[in-house]
Design a protein around this ligand. Structure first.
Ligand code: DP6
Length: 324
């Protein structure tokens, strides 16, 4: 057995995942496309120890209930055929309260560190399938830059892979609208959207077509189309959520303010496109030459509540040490 530390980066979906066909295996209704980000990541250390009576989990130095982490490690234990409990330490490297601490980075790092620590040597594809069982979006964080998660139809076929690199100098600005409150958990809301939103079937058809269109737009380096599809997928996801029963939105007044600024910038010929996830913060997809102009337009309203990042690397092992 070894003590393994792995790093995985957050990803933001350009074409969203929203809704599970199989909640146990986490098989989604639609495929999705994402950009892995350079500046936001999770480091996780796993060490299996035969003297432990239960898994022990620390997040940013604080002991936490191991529940979901343990359930996930059960998959690893089953696969490695070991009964041993583990010590798990995770650190989120996200600028304070950016609202970007993500289950994607967390489960991708845990899949890599946990499987290696248990003596398994999984391929990126097998790691992606494993990470998916912790959180759907984690399947994409195994890969750097652009990734596609194919919805598939069973455990083996629902897997992410890297998309060919683009020459577009992609950048993402994060507008921190509200960092004071915890985002409402997406899992229950996702299930309720599937169950009650009359727009959900339309979302599935539209979003699946958007995945194909996005792959083509990226291959053609057509940023106007990449941005357009990104903004559409996000808005359509939020529309299905708003139409669910009970109706709900993650948006806050400043979410709309940021989106309005993005649209104004576009009217001036600046390629900027907004995407929102399970929270009120707005991420703006653009190209590197436009970052300063976009920051200048946002600064009067959002001041220092802005972060800029770009494409980040694949999940990787940082250290691997044999246990004493
Ligand atoms: C809005 O991957 O966090 O960020 O599979 O239930 O853990 P679970 O959900 P999660 O959902 C991500 C939703 C999203 C869109 C996306 O990342 O594709």
């Amino acid at each position: 057995m070894k003590t393994v530390t792995a790093r995985a980066h957050t990803n933001i979906a350009l074409i969203k995942y929203w809704g599970k066909k199989d909640p146990d295996l986490i098989l989604p209704y639609t495929s999705s496309v994402s950009l892995t980000l350079a500046d936001f990541y999770t480091d996780t250390t796993v060490s299996f120890d035969p003297t432990l009576k239960a898994d022990q989990f620390h997040l940013d130095g604080i002991a936490k209930p191991a529940g979901k982490v343990s359930q996930f490690l059960d998959l690893v234990r089953h696969r490695a055929d070991i009964p041993t409990y583990a010590r798990i330490e995770s650190h989120n490297h996200v600028p304070t309260a950016a609202g970007l601490a993500s289950s994607a980075a967390a489960f991708a790092a845990l899949a890599l560190a946990g499987s290696r620590a248990a003596g398994l040597d999984l391929s990126p594809s097998a790691l992606s399938r494993l990470a998916r069982r912790g959180s759907g979006s984690a399947s994409r964080s195994i890969f750097g830059d652009l990734a596609i998660w194919h919805r598939g139809h069973d455990d083996a076929s629902s897997v992410a892979e890297a998309l060919p690199p683009t020459t577009l100098p992609l950048r993402m600005l994060v507008v921190m609208v509200d960092t004071s409150r915890k985002a409402i958990g997406s899992r229950a809301l996702m299930a309720n959207t599937v169950a009650t939103s009359p727009y959900y079937p339309a979302w599935v058809t539209t979003n699946e077509n958007a995945v194909q269109a996005m792959v083509e737009a990226l291959a053609a380096n057509d940023f106007a189309q990449v941005g357009h599809l990104t903004e559409q997928s996000s808005m359509q996801m939020h529309a299905t959520i708003l139409a669910a029963d009970p109706a709900f939105t993650y948006w806050q007044p400043e979410t709309l303010t940021a989106w309005a600024i993005v649209k104004q910038l576009r009217a001036q010929g600046i390629p900027a496109y907004a995407t929102m996830d399970a929270g009120p913060n707005v991420k703006i997809l653009t190209l590197s030459p436009y970052v300063e102009q976009i920051k200048a337009a946002l600064a009067p309203t959002f001041g220092e509540r802005l972060l800029t990042t770009g494409p980040g690397p694949a999940a990787r092992v940082l250290t691997e040490v044999p246990n004493a």
